[in-house]
Design a protein around this ligand. Structure first.
Ligand code: FAD
Length: 261
């Protein structure tokens, strides 16, 4: 996103990522209308918006009954926005859109498979050492500023016979966290809290099926999973976003639970 904004302002930059390929994981999946408006500055975000599942907001469930219904459609279908509602969309699709805009709108591209290994600033600029992850070839560059967007160091199963409304996402409360987000084409994202003793082990499909049966009995049958992982909720922020010519953004700067828990 920063690369797009710099390109729009005509400011020269180089963007590198040590990962040779873009992640295909859903990760940050609720995109707000304002985010689409900002992304639309650099391309046609309507195509991206149409790819997702528009959501009317959360329904919270307790003891298999809906107890809180926050239907944002009643208040948030903004007539002054081209994008009326939040949209459930894989972060992989969002990143593919951003990459596409960088190339198609501005003729720039991200250098993949390039790792920043050393960053040293002085009064006039910053010396950066880059290394290609496959060949191990080193390159030294001099920059005016360096922005670290290098991140911080869930679950996407298929569900069949899903009986809850797919135009909403569902939070089951009362016994830890359980959330289910219907995405496009029958995919769902499930997030659940676990026994802390298990938290480092990768969850099994059977464990997820058992949790779904327990939290939304009769709600649907899990048949497949493309991504099963465990993660810890962190709450961290840097003391300062900037030290002279070095800046940090994104997860490198601040990280917290997306649902505020
Ligand atoms: C399992 C999981 C579920 C999530 N669910 C949600 C959610 O539901 N809602 C939500 O809002 N957020 C969610 N997130 C968080 C969300 O994905 C992050 O907030 C977001 O990706 C942060 O973007 P970023 O660009 O700061 O960092 P990242 O997306 O982590 O990107 C950092 C990039 O820096 C690269 N890199 C690292 N070190 C170097 C280096 N030395 N040189 C060059 N490149 C480097 C990495 O290869 C990576 O591509 C989730 C994250 C995970 C892991």
């Amino acid at each position: 996103m920063l690369a797009l904004e710099l390109a729009a302002q005509g400011i020269a930059f180089r963007i590198v990522d040590k990962a040779p390929l873009r992640s295909d994981r859903s990760r940050a999946l609720i995109i707000q209308p304002r985010s689409f408006e900002v992304m639309n500055r650099h391309g046609n975000a309507h195509k991206l918006y149409e790819k997702g599942n528009l959501t009317g907001g959360p329904v919270a469930w307790m003891n298999n009954k809906p107890v809180v219904d926050i239907d944002v459609r009643k208040v948030a279908n903004h007539r002054d926005s081209e994008f009326g509602l939040p949209c459930l969309l894989s972060q992989a699709d969002t990143e593919a859109y951003l990459d596409g805009c960088l190339t198609e709108t501005y003729g720039c591209k991200m250098d993949r498979g390039i790792e920043a290994t050393s960053i040293v600033q002085d009064d006039d600029g910053v010396d950066v050492t880059l290394r290609s992850v496959y060949e191990g070839i080193e390159e030294k560059i001099r920059a005016k500023y360096v922005v670290g967007a290098d991140g911080a160091h869930s679950i996407v199963p298929i569900i069949e016979n899903f009986t809850l409304p797919i135009d909403r996402y569902h939070l089951v409360i009362g016994t830890g966290l359980f959330a289910i987000f219907p995405m496009a084409e029958g995919w769902v994202r499930i997030m659940t809290s676990r026994n802390p003793e298990l938290s480092n082990a990768t969850p099994t499909l059977d464990e997820i099926k058992a949790v779904v049966n327990n939290r939304i009995p009769g709600g649907g049958d899990i048949t497949n999973a493309t991504w099963v992982t465990s993660f810890r909720l962190h709450h961290r922020i840097v003391d300062s976003y900037r030290d002279a010519r070095l800046l940090v953004i994104g997860d490198a700067a601040h990280i917290h639970s997306p649902d505020g828990s």
